[in-house]
Design a protein around this ligand. Structure first.
Ligand code: PHE
Length: 392
């Protein structure tokens, strides 16, 4: 009985708020300019907080720039930022909140594939467009029957390409004939990327001399590292996020392992332990050293808005860049669709988009995946430097 009363009170308050709040589910009309709510779901806490901060900041910069130009189709964009923690449950909760409570029709995020994948079920069921900047696993845009999820898009290449590029570089430039692979089977991204690397490395004539699994909760990798010492591979492939890479590479150095490590975009963080990962390489979406004017202009705008602890302009990582790209891609799609309400029109506009992103020109294939180049970066004690770029 009591809960019924509380519930009724909640409904009344909600109705009053809705009556004061504005017109439709997506937009509001406070003051002179109509408003369009856009959600940003990013891992601000949890295992990989630098991913969340960069993603939020990249998306907010794009929103600020659109609002300075008058908004999208005349609507002022109102961001709603939620912490989705790179983890399925909080990501689903955040998605439900922005869809059901805030009434958003457009979501930027998540970063981590394993968080984005369950969010897309809600997006498909509720006709809400999701554009992830950085989730690279195949299952983000394609369901288990192989069908493209109608309202899910991304601004990044996928792991089939990233694994191929990694294997090419390992067998080519690094001259590796043997590889040892480390992976977390419970992480869709890590597992998928490890599989793609292995498949391509073997197809290119390489031999996988060892493959070991760990879990995200492990902190002592000595057993696995002893196996690497024994197997003497030419390269160790570790396609996980920076928090795990820091642990493993530090313990490897302490054990005297000098074999170079290689990984994927998950290494990209201001918190990557450079001393530990020194000598390693990773595939990524972009390099700030790229001289294209899109990159130069973005670096200037980002650095003017965001400063590091010492007060110096922050250099955007791939997360910030792709969140910026994903957000701009969404608004270009909405503009070309000519509607903030007709989600199907926006979906069609996105499917046909030709978008000049900071991270490279984007057109989408039938699975809503961009075809674009990857960068290979090298970890040195002083920082991460651009090595080469590989086109599809
Ligand atoms: N690609 C990773 C994933 O799908 C996320 C990521 C992208 C991390 C870019 C760092 C940089 O889970």
């Amino acid at each position: 009985m009591r809960s019924l009363k509380v519930f009724s009170l909640f409904i009344i308050v909600a109705m009053i708020l809705a009556a004061c709040g504005g017109t439709g589910s997506t937009g509001g009309d406070t003051g002179t300019q109509k408003e369009l709510k856009v959600a940003i779901l990013a891992p601000l806490s949890g295992p990989v907080p630098t991913f969340g901060v960069s993603t939020r900041d990249g998306a907010l910069l794009a929103i600020e720039e659109w609002n300075a130009k008058g908004g999208v189709l005349g609507y002022k964009i109102v961001p709603i930022v939620e912490d989705s923690q790179c983890t399925p449950e909080p990501a689903v909760n955040a998605m439900n909140k922005v869809v059901n409570q805030d009434g958003v029709k457009f979501v930027i995020g998540e970063v981590c594939s394993k968080a984005t994948i369950p969010m897309t079920d809600i997006g498909t069921a509720s006709k809400v467009i999701i554009v992830s900047g950085t989730s690279t696993a195949e299952a983000v845009t394609v369901d288990t029957n192989g069908n493209t999820k109608p309202y899910t898009f991304r601004a990044c290449f996928i792991d089939a390409f990233q694994g191929l590029v990694g294997a090419k570089f390992a067998t080519g430039t690094m001259g590796a004939k043997t590889a040892f692979i480390l992976l977390d089977q419970a992480n869709d991204y890590v597992k998928g990327l490890a599989e793609e690397f292995e498949k391509n490395f073997v197809a290119m004539g390489g031999t996988v001399v060892g493959k070991e699994s760990y879990t995200a909760k492990d902190s002592d990798f000595s057993t696995i590292l002893s196996k690497i010492t024994e197997a003497k591979p030419d390269v160790v492939y570790l396609p996980d996020y920076y928090n795990i890479v820091n642990l493993v590479t530090k313990q490897a150095k302490e054990k005297g392992i000098t074999t170079p490590f290689m990984g994927g975009d998950g290494w990209d963080s201001a918190d990557l332990d450079l001393a530990a990962a020194e000598g390693g390489y990773f595939t990524n979406h972009y390099s700030p050293d790229d001289p294209r004017p899109e990159v130069v202009n973005f670096l200037a705008a980002y650095g003017a808005k965001y400063k590091d602890d010492a007060g110096n302009p922050k250099v955007p990582d791939a997360l910030a860049t792709l969140a910026y790209d994903a957000t701009n891609m969404l608004f270009q799609g909405i503009t070309e669709a000519g509607s903030v309400d007709d989600v199907d029109k926006v979906k069609t506009a996105l499917e046909n988009i030709k978008f000049n992103a900071v991270s490279g020109k984007i057109t989408l294939d039938a699975k809503h995946n961009p075809i674009k180049a990857a960068a290979i970066l090298k970890v040195t004690a002083e920082g991460v430097v651009f090595e080469t770029s590989v086109a599809p």
